[in-house]
Design a protein around this ligand. Structure first.
Ligand code: NAD
Length: 554
């Protein structure tokens, strides 16, 4: 036990208010974000330090978490703490303008980058699975992925259903940290969602949080309810307790083809994130530990059935897509050759936004006061009123999402808007309009911040899907430009061997230095996003280079 350590993880939550317990707001912000991501109201399984996405963790273990917090408390404003896969390994004197924390998580030499090798190293206590925003301490719960999910559903509606999901039925699975955004996004777009989830507790949470309207136990009930709601054009979110692969096949047997089919079980990690058919949660816990090979065999069989069913839905006319969990990659690995018959959601629906330099920005009120977020919302609604997409989102999310943990807002902003928001927030902190400084961060899922051939960089125009230089350049550049924390990670979203990505966090503490940092910093993510896509030949991105006069040699 570390002296003054955390007595019990059950009660961990971020300090709030504007009193510092660290030596600067930069370190205070990082400590608060770390503690917030492990708050039991925010994290999926905080007893094991699991934040979301299968086994995505914020720190290696409890002792290391305590040491990180202790180190952050005493870190001088010109020192940098190094985190190696959730373990604090050193701190060095650097410069005030450079990050207070740099972190590398789950990185493996490419030839060894397999789940098998990773699990061995993890078991020996040598590494940690950091997912994306878990290890970069930027997780804010379901809102973090909600806008991307909302934009995806909106795009599906525009492309196939005259702009609305009203009267349409969507079948999907998984009510975990990310997956819970699905029912909300479908009902937001007017549709009916059936979400299959094997863990009743997750469904109960979905009902409590109003993400889901009702729980049912049989496929027939779900079909009847969905048809009834859809025929009246009524939005509805139905949670169905069951195994996704079984349910999808039952739908096929009933001859029911939903309008849209996808999946968000944590299929990227078959062992820890995906439950095989015919296995209960307790049995899964036992098998996973005691009979790992048997578990993998069952999970592989199930995932083939699962993806086969999705292919059949597509053949029968449904709009089908992979929702970023590498389900197709896992089915291919298990031996199903036709696993890639349907597209991934990014190449299909979100890439045009990346080309415009738009990306998932988020800010977190370190005061703990929701009023700070609402005040920023108001400024956005008036200053960005030219952007209908943003205004619609802010109004919607204000109505639908309540805060848990530190109040936060996520919003997809473009090149100009991101720079503006940094200045606006810093100014609001400086003038005392906000109760305390604000952390500005983002998801890892962007064109230049994530290289993932089965997701963010799938089917790139120039074939550069597996080129992973961009997230590394992004991380290094953010380090040079004043970020408070920069992380380089491997395996987020789609699993070990399948992605390299980077995260960054900055702090608007109202100072001149913060203003200088934010001016430089907030151009980097959207700017590199545009450059990466222009480099790959996307015409929209090329136009953005001209529009924003971005310096791109060649
Ligand atoms: P999570 O681990 O919190 O939740 C997964 C859920 O799936 C759990 O509730 C689990 O009980 C359920 N589940 C597992 N196997 C099942 C089965 N066979 N049938 C029914 N339910 C089953 O994960 P999460 O944070 O919700 O992420 C889900 C997936 O999405 C992960 O693979 C993650 O890497 C990926 N992801 C997607 C995006 C995106 O933008 N689309 C972003 C980040 C992560």
């Amino acid at each position: 036990e570390v002296e003054g350590g955390l007595a019990d993880l059950k009660t961990i939550s971020s300090p709030i208010g504007n009193e510092l317990s660290c030596k600067s707001w930069e370190t205070e912000a990082l400590m608060r974000l770390l503690m917030n991501s492990l708050d039991p109201r925010v994290a999926e399984n905080n007893q094991e330090l699991i934040v979301y996405g299968g086994t995505g963790k914020a720190a290696r273990n409890k002792e290391m978490l305590e040491v990180i917090i202790k180190e952050l408390k005493q870190l001088e404003p010109d020192w940098t703490l190094l985190i190696q896969s959730g373990k604090p390994v050193a701190s060095f004197r650097t410069f005030p303008f450079f990050p207070r924390v740099i972190s590398s998580s789950s990185m493996l030499v490419p030839k060894w980058a397999t789940w098998k090798e990773f699990s061995c190293l993890e078991e020996k206590g040598l590494t940690m699975y950091g997912q994306a925003t878990a290890a970069s301490w930027a997780y804010i719960g379901v809102q973090g992925v909600l806008q991307a999910t909302f934009e995806t559903m909106n795009e599906v509606a525009k492309r196939y259903f005259n702009g609305t999901l009203k009267g349409r039925m969507l079948l999907t699975s998984g009510l975990g940290g990310m997956g819970s955004a699905q029912p909300l996004s479908v009902t937001m777009n007017g549709g009916v969602a059936i979400v299959v989830e094997i863990n009743e507790k997750k469904i109960q949470r979905g009902l409590l949080n109003n993400y889901c309207d009702i729980m049912v136990h049989t496929v027939e009930e779900s079909i009847n309810l969905a048809k009834e709601a859809a025929s009246h054009g009524r939005p509805m979110a139905i949670a169905l307790l069951g195994n996704a692969a079984d349910v999808y096949n039952d739908f096929l047997k009933h001859g029911v083809t939903p309008d849209v089919v996808t999946d968000q079980t944590a299929a990227h990690d078959l062992l820890n994130g995906y439950i095989p058919s015919g296995v209960t949660l307790d049995q899964a816990d036992f098998l996973r530990k005691k009979k790992t090979e048997k578990y993998m065999e069952l999970a592989s069989k199930t995932i083939i059935n699962h993806v086969q069913a999705m292919n059949t839905f597509q053949e029968r006319g449904a709009v089908v897509f992979d929702y970023g969990n590498n389900i197709r990659g896992q089915a291919l690995k298990a031996g199903y050759q036709d696993a890639f018959a349907f597209p991934g959601f990014i190449s299909e629906y979100l890439r045009p936004l990346y080309c415009e330099g738009r990306g998932p920005c988020r800010w977190i009120a370190l005061s703990g006061d929701p009023g700070d977020i609402y005040k920023i919302d108001e400024v956005i609604l008036s200053k960005f009123n030219r952007d209908e997409r943003i205004c619609r989102w802010i109004r919607y999310v204000q109505d639908k999402i309540y805060f848990y943990g530190l109040p936060a807002r996520t919003c997809w902003l473009d090149y100009k808007e991101r720079e503006e928001i940094g200045e606006i927030i810093n100014h609001m902190v400086a003038s005392g309009e906000l109760a305390a400084p604000v952390a500005i961060t983002r998801d890892h899922s962007e064109g230049s911040t994530m290289a993932a051939p089965n997701r963010e960089t799938e089917w790139m125009m120039d074939g550069s899907d597996a080129v992973a230089d961009w997230p590394i350049l992004n991380g290094m550049l953010n380090t040079c430009a004043g970020a408070t924390m920069v992380s380089i990670q491997h395996g987020g979203g789609v699993g070990i061997g399948h992605s390299i990505h980077s995260g960054m966090t900055a702090v608007a503490d109202g100072s001149m230095e913060a203003s200088e940092k934010l001016k430089r910093l907030l151009k980097i993510d959207p700017g590199l996003n545009i450059i990466r896509h222009a480099d790959a030949g996307y015409p929209i991105a090329k136009r953005m280079i001209e529009k924003y006069e971005i310096n791109k040699p060649l």
